[in-house]
Design a protein around this ligand. Structure first.
Ligand code: SAM
Length: 180
């Protein structure tokens, strides 16, 4: 988020056809909840297009990239690497340390798809669990980002949007940003 060191989300192992919706939702969740960039490892042109389109319409800044391999980004990343996994340490026990290192440097948050190769567990500085129960990359990412930001991401301001939602108790109100 603006004013914070960069926060990147890496989605491992996108399989074309099978993972389209989950990869898209990882990207949309990363954008909505305070990350600056998502990288899809795999052939993820569809998710890239959808998340870019949402950013163009509802604002940013937010970058979307596709990469053939996750390894260069993880190995060369100039900052802490957090891997979200049900086998890791409870988020509530490690969030303060991660938050405090992120105050002064970039953070890479890695989520998987199917079986995650063991080198990811080894390359990560923190293997972090959002409960030790199996669930989903979208859910774990959402909880982790909210914990990391302590809720600040809910008030994030959006730049270069061409529309915005006007919150209402009932109904669906959207206005163009040039209508004010
Ligand atoms: N069975 C796979 C494995 O053992 O690597 C995990 C598959 S799970 C459907 C997909 C991703 O969701 C995981 O790679 C992880 O990033 C995330 N995930 C699922 N449950 C989680 C949990 N309890 N805490 C943190 N992340 C979780």
């Amino acid at each position: 988020m603006r004013g914070d060191p960069e926060l990147t989300v890496l989605r491992l192992g996108h399989r074309p056809g099978r993972d389209e919706r989950m990869s898209t939702h990882v990207g949309l969740t990363a954008r909505a909840l305070g990350a600056d960039r998502v990288v899809f490892a795999g052939k993820a042109e569809g998710p890239k297009e959808t998340v870019t389109d949402i950013t163009d319409r509802f604002g940013g800044p937010f970058d979307v990239e596709v990469s053939d391999s996750y390894r260069p980004l993880m190995e060369e990343f100039d900052g802490r690497v957090v891997h979200l996994t049900m086998y890791g340490l409870p988020v509530q026990e490690v969030e303060e340390e991660i938050r405090s290192t992120h105050r002064s440097g970039p953070l890479l948050v890695v989520v998987g798809a199917e079986k995650v190769p063991f080198d990811v567990y080894e390359a990560a500085d923190h293997n972090v669990a959002v409960t030790n129960q199996p669930h989903s990359e979208v859910a774990s990412l959402a909880v982790f980002l909210d914990r990391l930001h302590e809720g600040r991401e809910l008030d994030r301001e959006w730049v270069d949007a061409d529309r915005r939602v006007i919150p209402e108790e009932r109904g669906k109100r959207v206005e163009g940003t040039d209508e004010r």
